[in-house]
Design a protein around this ligand. Structure first.
Ligand code: 13P
Ligand code: SF4
Length: 337
């Protein structure tokens, strides 16, 4: 790759702060790392998976696959590479390991947490099961392997409504995202489906920041505005949105929109960056929010992980937890067939 090529891809990215903007000098520095990573990953039979929220130089420069949680979990099963470097957060790396127990999965990020995954433990679920003995436990993919191992079905933001609507049991515990749970309740109600939903208290610290009153303000100020948001946002934001979906579904929706609509995209800045690069003539208004966990991945720590994998970055799971968590994820795939 040449610096000009990278610069042409990234020159339209301008959300967040000036730190998110790319100069030719910046691209000249990045492209050296990109070329070194791309050489080394071939030599070492390694695939790089990247969530759309990581920095765009990773998505456009070195990723073999990039997408939403559901798509990436499928890509993790597709790749023939023996090692997977997952530029995202820990629960995504764990999912890749659960689906590929014989592969080596490494997470390069320095701080690969997630406020949702950290909001609940497997032990808590065991106690909740005493409180809700007749309920089906549905967990969002943004949970640890321990939590998945204690639940019945896993869902992602792309299939949560579809799966919960198909579950025969009317009593459901949905966890850990309270806001996604409230959005789910509203969607089921619109479909005329009656379910008794018990929720946990977790939130995504990035998406909960969006305020319905501010969204209304943008709507009034911008004629023809299309508001697109993630289901981790507040229900007041979801209700004002023209489209609510996973990161992959939001990409598809915006790609198909007629050019004249200005767009307010309420999610992590990485997705805005992908779209600003891909659709430089579209008008994206407002600002986005950064996830410190996703942004702890960098070309530098990917290169370091390729050169000399640090043991602490390798995903290791207890065999019993892995098998139970796999059952929970396999149930998701079965509902999606
Ligand atoms: P997606 O599954 O929509 O990619 O979401 C993952 C995530 O962490 C959103 O904050
Ligand atoms: Fe977790 Fe929110 Fe970051 Fe997604 S954006 S990884 S839900 S903290």
């Amino acid at each position: 790759m040449f610096a000009e090529e990278l610069y042409n891809k990234l020159r339209s990215v301008q959300n967040g702060t000036v730190l998110c903007q790319y100069s030719m000098e910046n691209c000249e520095r990045l492209v050296k790392l990109i070329n070194e990573i791309n050489e080394l990953k071939k030599e070492k039979n390694t695939a790089i998976l990247a969530h759309s929220y990581v920095a765009p130089e990773i998505t456009f420069g070195v990723a073999d696959y990039s997408g939403d949680s559901y798509q990436l979990s499928k890509n993790a099963m597709e790749t023939s590479a023996q090692t997977i470097i997952f530029a995202a957060v820990e629960f995504m790396g764990e999912t890749a390991k659960i689906l590929n127990p014989n592969k080596r999965v490494l997470i390069p990020g320095a701080n690969p947490g997630c406020s949702l995954a950290e909001s609940i433990t497997g032990e808590q679920i065991k106690k909740m099961k005493e409180q809700y003995p007749e309920h089906t436990f549905v967990c969002y993919i943004n949970t640890t392997a321990d939590v998945k191992a204690a639940c019945d079905v896993c869902v992602t933001s792309s299939n949560v409504v579809k799966i919960v609507s198909k579950i025969p049991n009317d009593k459901i515990v949905f966890l850990p995202d309270k806001l996604m749970g409230e959005n789910l309740k509203n969607e089921l109600e619109k479909m005329g489906i009656k379910k008794e939903l018990a929720l946990h208290t977790g939130t995504c610290y990035v998406h909960e920041q969006y305020d319905p009153d501010l969204v209304k303000y943008f709507r009034i100020q911008n004629e023809g505005l299309q508001i697109v948001s993630h289901p981790e946002c507040h229900p007041g934001v979801a209700m004002l949105s023209d489209f609510v979906g996973s990161t992959g579904q939001m990409l598809d929706y915006i790609r198909k929109l007629p050019e004249e609509h200005p767009i307010l995209l309420l999610t992590e800045c990485g997705l805005n960056a992908r779209l600003q690069s891909e659709l430089p003539n579209r008008r994206f208004i407002g600002s986005c929010s950064l996830c410190k966990y996703m942004k702890s991945n960098s070309l530098e720590n990917i290169l370091q992980t390729l050169k000399e994998p640090d043991k602490a970055k390798e995903v290791k799971l207890d065999a019993t937890v892995l098998a139970a968590a796999k059952r929970c994820i396999d149930n998701m795939f079965a509902y999606c067939e």
